[in-house]
Design a protein around this ligand. Structure first.
Ligand SMILES: [Zn+2]
Length: 378
């Protein structure tokens, strides 16, 4: 079996300290199709870490040949993993600049458009190669003068040449769900079925340049920039939410790894028979039909609905208890769903400020109050 392990050093953030990325590569370098997987870009989301740990073990056992190439970064964010504060890991935002670790990735369609303009032909494979060559030089030009910029450049350098990119995250307390572009509906449905997802959310316009969009969106942005349909959508990416933060166990991680393995077989990276696609446990729905229900007041949230419940518009999903109220009976504010659909995500910590998310409901109808291009943050 062909396997290499590479370590990429990040520039030291302070004298006497140094972090690195570990990269496991399977298959012949440059072989196609190529898959890239990473976990814990938000460093406080750990189920994917254990899932990739099991996937690496399975691939190391070499049961089936790796036909394409598989690149795995089991810890995508060593910076965030070290952000402990008084016993709590705060891994979503960078302590130095305050940036969300999964937003604001550089947009490479502009320099690549300049490089390939006028040189595309009618051969799709040739166009992909031409674009990937220009992409490689744009990636090489990315700034690496801070630890965070170097991390982002390294991750994109490993992921962007791939045919498939899976970014493993988790929610607070949640069922397995997946975010992908509406361009890649069939892929997302197949991935969701293989992973036993309960919700698949299709984005029209993700916004904010998260990691999945930086990879897959590069291609449709390049197509738009060049106004040329000969630019193929040559990279498919998804953000996979492996349940909630506390859902870390060998049982779940082994199951997730086996499901990922089967999906990689189905997509041609690994040989062997993946069998039939399991029956989907979801209906793929537009992201704009998901209600992120915000706390209307400060207080403790008490839930009236469970994960996996189907709720209707107007149903009371929770109450916010105002502990400062004179009369305990009067100090409760009901929280209603504005969508009819599946309740798939709730809070871990129960003391909420106004505007914080109480829960998420995946509906089927576009909601007027949702803003496109803001992911689930507005
Ligand atoms: Zn995340």
């Amino acid at each position: 079996m062909m396997k290499t392990i590479e370590r990429i050093a990040l520039p030291p953030p302070a004298p006497g300290t140094r972090r690195e990325l570990t990269v496991h590569r399977y298959g012949k370098p440059g072989a196609r199709p190529r898959a890239y997987l990473q976990a814990a870009l938000h460093a406080d989301e750990h189920p994917g870490l254990l899932a990739l740990n099991h996937l690496i073990r399975m691939l190391d056992q070499g049961r089936d040949p790796v036909v394409g190439e598989i690149v795995i970064v089991p810890l995508a964010n060593p910076i965030g993993l070290s952000q402990q504060l008084h016993g709590y890991l705060l891994g979503r935002y960078d302590f130095c600049g305050g940036l969300n670790f999964n937003r604001g990735y550089p947009e490479l369609s502009e320099p690549v458009a300049r490089a390939v303009e006028g040189s595309l032909g009618d051969d799709t494979a040739g166009n992909i190669e031409l674009i990937r060559t220009a992409m490689a030089s744009a990636l090489a030009d990315l700034p690496r003068d801070s630890e965070l910029k170097a991390l982002r450049a390294a991750l994109l350098g490993l992921s962007m040449p791939s045919d498939i990119v899976l970014d493993l995250h988790c929610d607070l307390e949640a069922l397995v769900h997946i975010y992908a572009s509406h361009h890649h509906r069939d892929f997302a449905v197949e991935l969701g079925a293989d992973l036993g997802a309960r919700v698949v959310l299709l984005e029209k316009e993700p916004g904010g340049s998260p990691f999945d969009e930086a990879n897959a969106g590069f291609w449709w942005k390049l197509r738009e920039r060049l106004r040329d349909d000969r630019v193929p959508l040559a990279c498919i990416a998804a953000t996979v939410e492996l349940r909630g933060q506390a859902d870390v166990s060998d049982e779940l991680a082994e199951m997730d790894a086996a499901n990922l393995y089967r999906f990689l077989q189905r997509r041609g990276m690994i040989g062997g028979d993946p069998g039939h696609v399991p029956a989907p446990l979801f209906q793929a729905t537009p992201l704009e039909a998901t209600d992120v229900i915000a706390a209307p007041a400060a207080g403790l949230v008490v839930y009236k609905k469970e994960l996996g419940d189907i709720v209707e518009t107007g149903d009371i999903v929770a109450e916010i208890v105002d502990l400062a109220a004179d009369d305990p009976c009067a100090g409760r504010t009901p929280v209603q769903s504005r969508a009819t659909g599946l309740l798939f995500s709730r809070q871990v910590h129960k003391l909420l400020s106004p505007g914080m998310s109480v829960c998420k409901v995946a509906g089927t109808k576009i909601l007027a109050h949702r803003e496109a291009g803001a992911l689930l943050e507005a």
